[in-house]
Design a protein around this ligand. Structure first.
Ligand code: NAI
Length: 329
């Protein structure tokens, strides 16, 4: 069985090859750099399945071309599949599978890394010491022990973040539309407004939906405590960036750590170091000393990429054998 992997990065090639050779010798793997779209879909001729990532265009037009090429399965090497026209895929008889979870702890650990980095000014300290500036100016942080962490969304990743905050000796409060029973011993569920009012650290771990779109806006920011730390490792559009900037200028935040932001499409995993950035909102965000942005790297640990490769290749075998299961979209 032949699988074509689009938008392949060096780490995809390394770990897919390693896992494929060890556990799935029946799968013939090919890697290409171009992103999947209606034009590059023609490259899939002769392959049984294709593998794509978050920024691929897997709309109806692409799926029509893939179907003409004889592709029987679309394997997303990520959890989200909002970029896939699943209905059209099913009409064409193309199976769509994904990787629902791959080391949620990796993402939770990155969320705490962002929180602690802005809190203790690690981004500034790193540069200061390299320049032989050993003063403490601008480096004063806040103790986390005894403070209140407010976790929005207590699914797989949010639950991990609750456990980490609990380990720091923080009081953990949370908001979710469903309570997670595994957290009942140390998490207090509260309303969203109460979470905004009581938290010293707010970390977002809910999906982007019509309801959660721009949940962090000037009204919610005004409800927050002064010197709050805000972390978003979920989806950029949970935060209204313009209004976040307004809140930062009001002096509301001790720090803001973002692994995702509204304008990230087009930037994610691209080297634009020689380009003049045209996105003024992101540039403005980056101009604040208490903001750290990473580029959708929260998932990126060795454990996560191995897990993604293993699940995707198992999805390939299942799709080719007509086996359905919890990874089906
Ligand atoms: P999950 O499905 O296990 O948990 C999501 C939780 O959010 C559920 O408990 C759900 O009830 C809750 N929820 C849904 N709507 C809500 C709302 N309006 N308000 C509060 N809670 C709400 O998902 P998981 O695996 O924990 O992922 C969470 C998010 O993390 C994903 O939606 C994705 O956007 C993001 N993510 C980011 C990655 C990165 O590398 N930065 C990697 C993987 C996921």
């Amino acid at each position: 069985m032949k699988l074509l992997l689009y938008a392949a990065k060096d780490y995809d090639i390394k770990y897919f090859k390693r896992v494929g050779e060890a556990d799935f010798p029946e799968i013939e793997l090919e890697f290409i750099e171009p992103e999947l779209d209606p034009m590059t879909a023609t490259l899939a001729k002769g392959y049984d399945a294709i593998c794509a990532f978050v920024s691929a265009d897997v709309g109806a037009e692409t799926l029509n071309v893939l179907s003409e090429c004889g592709v029987k399965a679309v394997l997303m090497r990520c959890a989200g599949y909002n970029n896939v026209d699943v209905e059209r895929a099913h009409e064409l008889g193309i199976a769509v599978k994904r990787v629902p979870a791959y080391s949620p702890e990796s993402i939770a650990e990155h969320a705490m890394t962002l929180a602690m980095s802005v809190n203790r000014h690690i981004h500034k300290a790193y540069n200061k010491v390299r320049e032989n500036d050993f003063t403490l100016k601008g480096l004063r942080g806040h103790q986390m022990y005894g403070k209140t962490a407010g976790i929005v969304g207590t699914g797989k990743i949010g639950a991990g973040m609750c456990r980490i905050c609990h380990g720091f000796g923080m009081k953990v409060i949370a908001y979710d539309i469903y309570e997670n029973p595994s957290l009942k011993d140390f998490v207090e569920y509260v309303s969203l407004d109460e979470l905004y009012e009581r938290s010293d650290l707010i970390s977002l771990h809910c999906p982007l939906t019509d309801e959660s779109y721009h949940m962090i806006n000037i009204d919610s920011i005004k409800k927050m405590k002064n010197d709050v730390i805000l972390v978003n490792t979920s989806r950029g559009a949970l935060v209204d960036t313009e209004q976040l900037i307004e809140g930062i200028r009001m002096g509301k935040f001790l720090g803001v750590g973002l692994d995702v932001y509204e304008e990230e499409t087009g930037n994610v995993y691209e080297d634009k170091s020689d380009e003049i950035m045209m996105h003024s909102v992101t540039s403005r965000l980056l101009s604040f000393p208490n903001v750290i942005i990473t580029s959708h790297q929260a998932f990126y640990t060795k454990e996560a990429v191995i897990s993604i490769s293993q699940t995707t290749l198992q999805n390939m075998v299942d799709a080719m054998n007509g086996v359905s299961g919890p990874n089906d979209c």
